[in-house]
Design a protein around this ligand. Sequence first.
Ligand code: CMX
Length: 466
Amino acid sequence: MRGIGKLRGLGSLLSKNLGEQPIIDGTRGISNSTDLKSVLAEKIPQQQERLKAIKKSYGSKQMGGVSVDMVIGGMRGITGLLWETSLLDPDEGIRFRGYSIPELQEKLPSAIPDGEPLPEGLMWLLLTGELPNKEQVAALSADLRSRAALPDHVNATLKAMHPNTHPMTQFSAGVLALQPESTFAAAYEKGINKMQYWDPVYEDTMNLIAKLPALASTIYRNVYKGGDLIEADPNLDWAANLAHQMGFQDQETQELMRLYQTIHTDHEGGNVSAHATHLVGSALSDPYFSFSAGLNGLAGPLHGLANQEVLSWLFRVRDELGDTPSKDQVKDFVWATLKSGRVVPGYGHAVLRKTDPRYACQRVFAMKHLPDDPMFRLVSLFYEVVPSILQETGKVKNPWPNVDAHSGVLLQYYGIKEQNFYTVLFGVSRAIGVLSQAVWSRALGLPIERPKSVTMDVIEKKFSGT
Ligand code: CMX
């Protein structure tokens, strides 16, 4: 219960500083109810009071200055967002509501003994701040299953698209095709009180997340398997059903999918997909609109598309150098990539300054299940070679691998060979993080985003003394 302990600590610290009523952090006590929405409903008023108290007591305090470099440099290092579901430490990596990935692998319920965590467990944690028990995870799984069916018109929309349309374009369009179902948009039109926004956003979040395995697998089967669709299995959990509906029935692939879908959910608020979802949602665009915007950002090669790029790049290595290249050959290949003005995909990060724990846990999975796979060996060889080369460039701030450097090789091993589809799998998972936060953003009444921009003229005039 480390994360919750941390939050409790903050509550008492705040109350000490304020000398007022203790600020309730909303995660006190563990709920036994298996109804996620009622657990959430209990916590929301407490968190609303907590935010009010923070605003009142600390609203005028400064949290770091902004330099011209930060303004020009993609807002690097500016703290400018509230994001409750996860926090990224540059050296330690991601913590979901206070828990690291290895801690979650130990503490979240799994489908099989000593298996990978179920993403539904992480979803419960992200939404409530509480580690769920098995019954709660089973109830959430069942709730998602009951909402999972995809309306027919969505597949008709997908089929009407040009056959060369990238799976990510189809995925984003498929999410928008579901938008007429938005409970939030309908409630807003009827004049819902803003204190109640979170409720229809929660319903949209549940409905959308529930349908993503069917949507993603429909795209997969249409593009790569002649449109022969597979029904969901009512006995399977959310991630296993995604693998199943794509056409992968074996337990090990389903275990990989559970791990994959857990670790890609959330990476605090400033990354492109999270921030885009948050920004668009702040205009009270419903979760379908805002998540589709997040997916469009995830489709960029510097963000989620890097997992596809990594695999294409590894294939080029294999085609040119064979399965077992030497270290020197790999070094030359990396340098050639850099000298041609391209990035090494899967390496580097805007915030992290160490090996991504999401990379590390995939590596552990590979060592357990596919230690002798030639592509895994190649990935390991790159891990030995790339960081020192990127360091040698003198400009790359983080030479270590990120999540995208490993995922493709695992998917390949289990027969999911179509790398153009990989970012869709990333996107399915990302929904859990960004939409859990969307529920809280509306519950906490966060306002429309509108940072100030300036022209070059303004900067020159301000600092040149003219
Ligand atoms: N290969 C080559 N050059 C790299 C590099 C890499 N992997 N990572 C950073 N650099 C370069 C930058 O392009 C930049 O060069 P210029 O000054 O010439 O423009 C310089 O090093 C400094 O960049 P940085 O501050 O270290 O990194 P940024 O915060 O600007 O960018 C990221 C972060 C992820 C976009 C970058 O590291 C990158 O392009 N990596 C490769 C693509 C990738 O793996 N993306 C996935 C990230 C994880 C995810 O979001 O899914």
